[in-house]
Design a binder for this molecule. Structure first.
Ligand code: ADP
Length: 628
């Protein structure tokens, strides 16, 4: 029994390498979860944090609901298998497997029982008296697994356990590990950079890139509905083809011009066209993706040239060139000996299977989105969503940055988290079910919101009835709601955002306004304010951190030049940080401020760089309010 929950977990190594950002995932008991992604994306670091071999910089790790951040690795009831299996060469297989239990003073007969049971599961009973050098690579890896099985851990962590084996053995060990998981009925977390391993082994796959989770879902859902270009092209072999496309309407039909060529036009079926996330893309350049198996040669009107053909017994792979596009275009068809290289062909796209991506953000913009993004305005405790006015939960409001309020923002939520079932701590939204698309694992249900353009999506179980055309109440759990500004920066945080409020005393002397706050004196040109105490409120987006190597100089060019710049600064100490898209929300402690103060800065900054630093306070970074 073990579920493993990571809540907003971060790892920042010394020298401020951000290895893992905001890793948020619940791994259920008995699940087989695979972390996959290119080298350096943070997979091993995450695994090592779960094992306790690496400190967690921020966030929480729970195993079976118990906070584990400070628990010693040996007390976490976790077993880890590494790629190098490091068996003791002078010990037999039996002794290798018994060794850990002996150290723990397990009684001899119990050790014997466990070693024999594990050997049976792994089918190595006849090897127990051999030494490692008399074993093959696959057998050694099995012994390494056996060493961990005998401990009866709650969770198995496997870090690229097959990467030292040859290709053939890897394939057979893949199914052995899957079988082992079924036999042991324990939670498995498996790290690999190999997409085939991920697709064939996991109940669920977590695709990572640059320290961020890109998407976490079942293999089939990742394949059918990749949330962005990275996931789309990372999974699947040969990989998805990408071409440039410009969307336009021809009467009522949505069409796309490919690769800037007037003679390359494709039309979307109506059900697809309705799934375009936003009408703003019509007239825009986007990226169109299509998998090699959904393209048919000698069938349509898209000109291409076949460079190379590989006939692989049951299938033929065609490597083509398209006009105006350098990248290879790959087609996979059932074996066809009549197709030859160095010939022209015309292609037909199966338009029920095309994907569209935003040319800038690379997010999927057709079909079930990674997050529904609903335009809203948040003001005075109310969320205005089209014609609906929803009251904002106070606790949730305390996690919102200044930028969330009084601006056009997007309320975003993953389609998985929207529910028709009444949910506590959720925003209740009235919606109308419009149309359904059947997927392998679920039904994609598209709904509309009064006064909001377009359709939004949620996932409903396959066996549930969907009543189209009906007004329904949908529940959006607050915990799952993100708010984004127009530039797609998240404006909600993990920690409560306290208003950056303190007390300042103002004293004007000889044309200079001296503002004393937390023991620091800031000097600005006179403003005609009465001397006395004021409430000072710092603005989150105007404070600038100063580092010794980047100290502002007196003659640095600033928008509002201020006198005596080096003195207009306050000393703060680092508290925590939150990555919000390409911005960072830093929490710092300042003398007499309530709790901590927060400011927003580019995400190449990190408060973990230095425990103490200074903030430059230009005049526009604060407001003074008289205290009466
Ligand atoms: P993966 O397992 O996906 O290949 P890692 O988790 O090993 O990735 O590494 C993620 C990032 O953290 C990489 O940029 C790597 O260079 C960096 N990193 C890993 N370990 C350390 C360390 N001990 N000190 C500093 N940086 C590290």
């Amino acid at each position: 029994m073990a579920d493993v929950t990571l809540r907003h977990v971060y790892k920042v190594y010394e020298g401020s390498v951000r290895a893992v950002n905001d890793f948020d995932l619940n791994i259920r008991d008995k699940e087989f979860v695979v972390f996959v992604g290119p080298s350096g994306c943070g997979k091993s670091t995450t695994l090592r944090m779960i094992a306790g071999l690496e400190d967690i910089t921020a966030g929480q790790l729970y195993i079976d609901g118990e906070l584990m951040n400070e628990v010693e690795p040996k007390n976490r009831d976790i077993a880890m298998v590494f790629q190098s299996y490091a068996l003791y060469p002078h010990m037999t297989v039996y002794e290798n497997m018994a060794f850990g239990l002996k150290l723990r003073h397990t009684p001899k007969d119990e050790i014997d029982k466990r070693v024999k049971a594990a050997a049976e599961i792994l089918e190595i009973s006849e090897l127990l008296s051999r030494k490692p050098k008399a074993l093959s690579g696959g057998q050694r890896q099995r012994v390494a697994l056996g060493r961990t099985i005998v401990r009866h851990p709650k969770v198995f962590l496997l870090d690229e356990p097959l990467s030292n084996l040859d290709a053939k053995l890897r394939v057979s060990m893949r199914s052995e590990i899957t079988k082992l998981h079924e036999k042991l009925e324990t939670t498995f977390i498996y790290v690999t950079h190999d997409q085939t391993e991920a697709m064939t082994m996991g109940n669920r796959i977590v695709v990572m890139k640059d320290g961020f989770i890109q998407q976490a879902d079942t293999p089939i859902t990742l394949f059918e509905d990749p949330c962005n270009l990275f996931v789309a092209t990372f999974l699947g072999s040969p990989q998805m083809n990408i071409v440039d496309a410009e969307l336009f309407m021809d009467g009522k039909t949505l069409k796309a011009k490919l690769n800037d060529r007037d003679d390359m036009i494709v039309s979307f079926p109506d059900i697809k066209a309705k799934q375009l996330a936003n009408k703003k893309y019509i007239g825009e350049k986007v990226l169109l993706g299509i998998r090699p198996e959904h393209v048919h040669p000698n069938a349509g009107n898209l000109k291409a040239f076949i460079d190379v053909v590989e006939h692989l017994g049951d299938e033929s792979i065609l490597y083509c060139k398209m006009e105006n596009r350098k990248e290879q275009f790959i087609i996979k068809i059932p074996f066809n000996s009549k197709i030859h290289a160095n010939e022209e062909t015309k292609l037909d796209f199966d338009m029920n299977h095309v994907y569209l991506f935003d040319a800038m953000t690379h997010k999927a913009i057709m079909g079930i989105p990674s997050e529904d993004e609903i335009p809203v305005v948040i003001k005075d405790g109310v969320i205005s969503m089209g014609q609906q006015e929803l009251s904002l939960d106070e606790e949730y409001a305390s996690h919102l940055l200044d930028a969330s309020f009084n601006n056009e923002v997007y309320l975003a939520i993953k389609p998985d988290y929207i529910s028709e079932e009444e949910t506590p701590n959720a925003l209740t939204v009235m919606a109308k079910f419009e149309f359904v698309e059947q997927k392998t694992d679920y039904q994609a249900v598209y709904f509309s919101l009064k006064g909001v353009e377009g359709y939004f999506a949620m996932k409903v179980k396959n066996d549930e009835e969907v009543k189209l055309g009906k007004e329904v109440a949908l529940y959006f759990p607050y915990q799952r709601i993100n708010i984004y500004d127009k530039d797609h920066n998240k404006t909600n945080s993990r920690e409560v955002v306290y208003p950056n409020k303190g007390i300042a005393s103002v004293n004007t002397v000889k044309g200079q306004m001296k503002v004393k706050v937390s023991g620091f004196t800031l000097t600005y040109p006179e403003e005609g304010l009465e001397n006395g105490e004021y409430e000072i409120v710092f603005k989150q987006d105007k404070l600038l951190p100063l580092f010794p190597n980047k100290m502002l100089k007196k003659n640095d060019k600033l928008e509002n030049p201020v006198m005596d710049i080096p003195s207009n600064k306050i000393k703060v100490s680092a508290y925590d940080e939150d990555v919000l898209g390409n911005k960072l929300l830093a929490y710092v402690q300042v003398g007499n401020f309530e709790k901590y103060c927060s400011f927003v800065i580019g995400n190449n900054f990190s408060v973990y760089k230095m425990p103490k630093f200074e903030l430059y306070v230009p005049r526009e970074a604060f407001e003074l309010k008289s205290i009466k």
